[in-house]
Design a protein around this ligand. Structure first.
Ligand code: ADP
Ligand code: MG
Length: 271
């Protein structure tokens, strides 16, 4: 039987009167991997910002384990078990992969304390396990600055996992990755979904298809539709609004939606 981990109602964020986010209802099951897609400026990142406490909504609630994330601060949300990965990797380039992972280890969050932290054998084993999960086991002694862009993203995902979050929020993990790295990231997320609930924002339709999970389409801050990718892809509203004012027959638009990540834009970033 599935259990719900997140229940969102009437969540509205307005920037100077502009409604960037207006979600009437959103639910996520435990161990679900949900993909959020939508055009640039649709409110996807804002949604994650609200769930991790970075942005406070004007109205609404986001209930997780009987607590409303809206009323908690960022640290409290982390402690409740929400891990957020931003689009740009932020690893310590001068440190080794192992040390980056060690600093992220759940028992010690603050860098200045971690420097004096003595690693238990169990912690070391856990770090090695996670390094293996994210495909960095052979790179543990490597300085993080020398990792590829894809490897840095995986390292950061590894750092998140070491905090043992129940809910992982991942914003455009495949942005800037090679096809091979993108495919590997997809496999990693599917693997992680055995243990965590995950919301992932993504533009790359090949990646979304690879994940083959329930998709939520955001458009102008609202949920346009939800469902399996095959269904969402054929939805006339999605075709019309996702691709905006572009020309072409419906079939051509559907084809573009299916094949061209650039059609939905990828200029949006995180601070
Ligand atoms: P997405 O991630 O789907 O591309 P965002 O959530 O980043 O979209 O942005 C949604 C809308 O809110 C955009 O129009 C963006 O310009 C606006 N926006 C986001 N953050 C802010 C902010 N801090 N101040 C003002 N407007 C913002
Ligand atoms: Mg964004």
């Amino acid at each position: 039987m599935t259990k719900r981990i997140l229940h969102v109602e009437d969540l509205m964020v307005s920037f100077d009167g502009f409604k960037a986010l207006d979600i009437a209802f959103f639910e996520l099951e435990e161990k679900e991997l949900r993909v959020v897609i939508g055009p640039n400026g649709a409110g996807k990142t804002t949604f994650m910002d609200v769930l991790c406490g970075k942005t406070k909504p004007h109205t609404g609630s986001a209930m997780m384990e009987g607590k409303d994330l809206v009323s908690l601060n960022e640290q409290e949300i982390v402690e409740l078990g929400v891990g957020r990965k931003f689009q740009t990797p932020s690893v310590f380039g001068s440190l080794s992969v192992f040390d980056n992972l060690m600093l992220a280890f759940k028992t010690d969050r603050k860098v200045w304390r971690s420097l004096f932290y003595r690693l238990t054998p169990q912690a070391k084993t856990r770090i090695e396990e996670v390094a293996e999960t994210v495909g960095l086991k052979d790179a543990l002694s490597m300085q993080a600055a020398f990792l590829s862009h894809g490897q840095k993203q995986w390292l950061e995902i590894g750092m998140l996992i070491l905090q043992d979050p129940k809910l992982l929020l991942i914003d455009e993990p495949a942005a800037g990755m090679t096809d091979e790295e993108t495919a590997k990231t997809g496999r990693l997320l599917l693997d992680l979904a055995d243990r965590h609930s995950i919301i992932v924002i993504e533009h790359d339709m090949e990646f979304v298809k690879q994940l083959a999970r329930k998709v939520t389409v955001l458009c102008e801050g609202k949920i346009l539709t939800e469902g399996p990718i095959e269904k969402v892809q054929d939805d006339p509203q999605v075709i019309e609004r996702y691709l905006g004012r572009s020309h072409g027959t419906r079939a051509e638009k559907a084809e573009r939606l299916a094949t061209a990540p650039a059609a939905v834009g990828s200029a949006g970033g995180n601070p």
